[in-house]
Structures are given as structure tokens and as C-alpha cells.
Ligand binder design. Sequence first.
Ligand SMILES: [Zn+2]
Length: 109
Amino acid sequence: MLLFGTRTRNALLATLTLLCGRCGNPSAHQLLRRTTMFTLFFVPLFPVRRARVTALCTFCGLTSEVPKEQVEGLQQQAAEQAAAYDQPPAPAVPPAPPATEMPGSGREG
Ligand SMILES: [Zn+2]
């Protein structure tokens, strides 16, 4: 008996924050390359479909296909966002307490 079928594999290309078109949240999106492989005895042999890149909204689960020409730009954007996260946070400076002027303690006069 010949056991064959297909299996879709997701490869995570990048994670970046995007404004979701459905839920409207600026949430993390996973850029996934989906490849459907022909399998023989559960061994993936060759792709049966052109690989496509999708963006998955981690907030609402919306999956939208990303046009090929936008993939590189999004990966660049993800790299920039990751670099921004890697930078040390600015030293936390507590807001200065408002200068209070004691009434009646004026030095003048
Ligand atoms: Zn969403």
C-alpha cells in the first residue's frame, strides 16, 4: 500500500507589529512561509504548490496573504523593530515633583 498525501509546513520568517486590517489592533503578526509538500510515507518529497507568505494576526487570528513584492519590505521592517527592542531602554527618570510654593513664605519683602 502506498501512503501518500500532502503536508503544509509553516516557516516563521519574522514577527512584527502591524495594524491589523480586521481587528484594528496594532498587534504582533507572524510572517509565515507556507509550503505544501507532497509526502510519500509521511516523508515530504517536493513542493506541490508555490510557496506563499502569509501574515497571521496573533490577536484575532486573521491570515492574509502577503504579495511577494511586500515580503522583503516587511522583513526589513521586522528587523528594524527588533533592533529597536534590543536597544537599552532610556534611563527612567521619575517626573520631577511639581515645585510647590508655600503660600506666605515669600522671601521678598
Ligand atoms: Zn487582527
